[in-house]
Write a new protein. Sequence first.
Length: 258
Amino acid sequence: MQLSTRVDYDAIAELYDRSPHREKSPDPQLAAFLATHKTARGLSLLDITCGTGNQLIANSSLAQQARLVGIDGSLGMLRQARRKAANVQWVHGDSAALPFATASFDFVSCQYAFHHFRDKAGMVREASRVLRGGGRAALYNLSPQDMPDLIYYTYFPETRDRDLADFWSPRRIMTEMRAGGFKDVTAKREHLRFDHDLADFLAYARQRENNSQLLTVSDAAYEAGLGLIERQLNDPAAPRAYPDHLCFLTVVGDKPAD
């Protein structure tokens, strides 16, 4: 079973949806794909590592007549998902050994989970295998290679080392998708820059048990980072905001028509 290399999601499943930014909007890549079809009837959509189901539930508004399937390696996360939507098929399984027949889905997505996988190449191959000809895969993640000034990397430098080890570069993802049989593979970066209130960040960082980035660092590095933020906040001459930077990555590939 390809469980997360970073977090025990069974342990945090009950708290997961209480963290910031867990709400989801319908997938724009799914909307673009559906625009090429007159109806969603007969289509099958798969979300790999669906977590507590928020993305698939949001997507259901776009594809009410489609078959919706979510797969995750965490039974705890799936229990939360099943409480929310009975019209979705929630499956416990391995992203690198999907328990589905070849050519059984039209659209496959993976939302901000690729860095957790032990066998990333296996997941890409499996996504290609279960797609029908003419189907599409959309992979969303962050790109640490394009955001060296992320707030975590400044106050908790070990997080950058771990992220660079866990997150494949956009080029590597695209190369692996082409090798896996996808065509017309594209990568789009979206940069978001904003002032991050340090007091708010400190309060969130103190909730380490539900923060996948801070769970990857040593206890000493974690405490050192908290101390650094606290000292800055206690210094009247120091800035109380940090100019943060996120780079969101979307990689899309199509399965050649049969």
